[in-house]
Design a protein around this ligand. Structure first.
Ligand code: NAP
Length: 294
């Protein structure tokens, strides 16, 4: 039987509806509108599209967004000055630095400079450390989006073998940390593979839950998937003008029990979790209790 298609677009829409209701309630109570400051450096068209989509999503749920653009030749120091200003601005609750930054910029220094309470991407070492210790403040957007897809589709992770392809700081590593957490939608047994892993297919065939985040079009073939596995495709690759994932969707959907499409799977959830974190940041900065998952 072909796999259940995990409709990230629909689930993201439901989550955004709930976030919009929370934002409206909180703004009515406090007269404070959550505000996300987006920082865009240079003129990379893909980055500009990502930032535009994030800002549009903010508007849809009642979050204010502002755009801070710097030219491609900006220095690390100039960017750090902007981050300092946004950190000090009580009107700004979340700061998003769109990656990748131009090569002359020290990305690590910039990400480290974002105030940890305004770090809605959860890239700051303090937030990464809290996550590693099992007491997260903000959850990283893409891995959190994956967990919310699993939760909404009632696909449990406890006791399951989760195999993650990719060990990036943005997806692979934090996804592993989240799945390792004690409690609901954690408690998995986690294996992380990377480019130096030997015989990847033998490992992926043991997965109850397979998460592909490597950025290689259709890398995961049907032979690499255990029948009945849940397959989450994070990859976004452009092939002949088309967006494709890291999974050979058409073949793998015939053996998996559930699978995310690309586009329309993980992508919409990533932006949704950014909205959730921005509301959380506004509430945290105001010293208030934050709401649970959307
Ligand atoms: P990244 O920083 O480029 O990391 C890629 C990871 O894949 C690395 O850990 C690399 O191993 C590993 N890898 C590469 N080739 C491999 C192979 N043949 N076998 C096993 N592992 C291999 O990528 P990323 O930022 O995590 O992004 C991954 C993909 O997800 C990209 O297509 C990106 O566009 C997409 N993405 C999507 C979303 C979304 O919202 N849907 C969000 C973020 C990223 P090494 O560490 O050994 O080099």
């Amino acid at each position: 039987m072909p796999a259940q298609i995990i409709d990230g677009k629909r689930i993201a829409q439901q989550c955004r509806q709930r976030i919009a209701e929370r934002v409206a309630r909180w703004t009515a109570e406090t007269s404070v509108r959550p505000h996300l400051a987006a920082v865009l450096v240079g003129d990379d068209p893909a980055s500009a599209v990502y930032v535009r989509n994030k800002r549009r999503a903010c508007e849809q749920v009642g979050i204010r967004s502002s755009l801070h653009s710097l030219d491609a030749a900006t220095t690390t120091e100039r960017l750090l000055e902007l981050i300092d200003r946004l950190n000090a601005d009580a009107d700004v609750h979340g700061i998003l630095v769109q990656l990748p930054l131009p090569s002359q910029i020290d990305t690590q220094r910039v990400l480290d400079a974002v105030h940890p309470l305004k770090d809605v991407d959860a890239f700051h070492p303090e937030n990464v450390g809290l996550l590693a210790q099992g007491r997260p403040r903000y959850l990283p957007c893409t891995p959190h989006g994956i967990l919310q897809l699993l939760r909404h589709c009632e696909l449990p992770t406890a006791g399951r073998h989760a195999v993650i392809l990719g060990r990036s700081d943005i997806v692979g590593k934090p996804a592993a940390l989240l799945l390792l957490q004690k409690g609901e939608f954690g408690d998995a047994t986690v294996t992380v593979c990377h480019s130096r892993t030997r015989d990847v297919a033998t490992i992926t065939r043991q997965a109850d839950l397979l998460i592909a985040a490597i950025g290689r079009p259709r890398f995961v073939t049907v032979e690499m998937v255990r029948p009945g596995a849940v397959v989450i495709d994070v990859g976004i690759n452009r092939v002949d003008g088309q967006l494709v994932g890291d999974v050979d969707f058409e073949a793998v959907r015939e053996v998996a029990s559930a699978i995310t499409p690309v586009p329309g799977g993980v992508g919409p959830m990533t932006v949704t979790m950014l909205l959730h974190n921005t509301l959380q940041a506004a509430q945290t900065l105001a010293g208030q209790r934050t709401a649970g998952p959307p």
